[in-house]
Design a protein around this ligand. Structure first.
Ligand code: 5GP
Ligand code: MN
Length: 315
């Protein structure tokens, strides 16, 4: 899965993990980095290795694996320090992903489908088409549900197709408690995170009506002051899109080791292309990310300048 996994990266991986375990395989899920606490309820999460904390063991497992499933990312560098050992591993690399422009040569087999809502939906399709549907138990269902629900913005994005809803019906038939999944993911934060959200929206958001754009930029000192943890900033980038007329939202965070950018759009503005052009990133048409080595001020200035170059699509 990609670094700093979200619910789809973790959910698709653990969904597949639980099926492969049921089939009697020896399976280890490795995350390139740590992950948000609110993902740790997923069945099997307690066994996931954090690559940064378990590097020698993870390298050993990668080197001896027959198959390496790569889920919810398109380019090996998305696995950060794991990219090299994955590329060097003698096992068969299999991609299951819905991001644009996959690095084809890095994988022996793969399913890359940008029309899919989530990697979790693709894992579901994979299991069903392999006639292993009977292995979809409650554990598998909860993991895949978490992934598809979050990647479709709680079933509101255009990607929430009829097939997605049919899949949810099949998952629900296992009897898992979907309300509990929503609670685990969305109602499990500390007070500080909500205070931080208020602060960010009040003091760090700039609305640029001329370009139907809003920018939230967060200095490192805010993350320290509010004791922001991995996963606490997830979702923040979506708020500006609730302003009437805003089509493009950016969140630029100084994470100290680097500047992390998140982009979201509504309608035709392609943030995947935007992230590729300006911020060494990528993703989907309406949700993408990137990074920068400059200072926060330099990055936000470059962002503002880039709006002028994209004026035709934004105005
Ligand atoms: P987020 O803003 O939530 O980090 O990412 C939004 C989407 O873009 C996710 O699907 C994520 O996997 C993808 N993404 C984020 N950062 C990058 C990046 O640096 N490169 C690429 N290729 N995709 C990214
Ligand atoms: Mn995904």
């Amino acid at each position: 899965m990609h670094q700093k996994p979200d619910a789809d990266a973790m959910g698709s991986s653990l969904g597949l993990y639980n099926v492969l375990i049921a089939l009697g395989h020896r399976v280890t899920v490795i995350s390139p980095t740590n992950w948000a606490d609110w993902l740790s309820w997923m069945p099997g999460a307690e066994k996931v290795l954090d690559y940064e904390l378990n590097t020698p063991k993870s390298n050993e497992l990668l080197a001896e694996a027959d198959w390496i499933f790569c889920l919810d990312f398109n380019i090996l560098y998305r696995t950060k320090k794991m990219a090299e050992p994955i590329a060097a591993a003698p096992g068969i690399r299999i991609l299951i992903d819905h991001h644009q422009q996959p690095q084809r040569e890095a994988f022996a087999y793969g399913i890359s489908d940008t029309s899919k809502s989530s990697a979790s939906e693709m894992v579901f399709d994979f299991i069903e088409s392999a006639a292993m549907g009977s292995k979809i138990n409650r554990d598998v269902a909860q993991c895949l549900y978490a992934g598809v629900m979050t990647d479709t913005g709680s079933f509101r994005f255009p990607s929430a197709s009829a097939s997605v809803h049919r899949m949810v019906a099949v998952l629900k038939d296992t009897g898992f408690d979907h309300s509990k999944v929503h609670e685990n993911l969305f109602d499990n934060f500390l007070e500080n995170r909500l205070r931080f959200l208020g602060h960010a929206l009040l003091n760090r958001m700039e609305v640029i009506y001329e370009y139907n754009t809003a920018l939230i930029s967060i200095p490192w000192k805010d993350l320290v002051k509010y004791q922001i943890r991995t996963g606490d900033t997830e979702g923040l980038v979506n708020y500006p899109l609730t302003i009437e007329g805003i089509k493009f939202a950016a969140l630029i965070i100084d994470r100290d080791e680097e500047i992390k950018c998140s982009f979201r759009s509504k309608g035709s503005f392609d943030v995947n292309q935007f992230a590729r052009n300006y911020f060494e990133g990528g993703g989907h048409r309406n949700a993408a990310g990137g990074r920068s080595n400059e200072t926060l001020d330099q990055t936000t200035q470059r962002f503002r300048a880039s709006l002028i170059e994209n004026a035709l699509q934004l105005q």
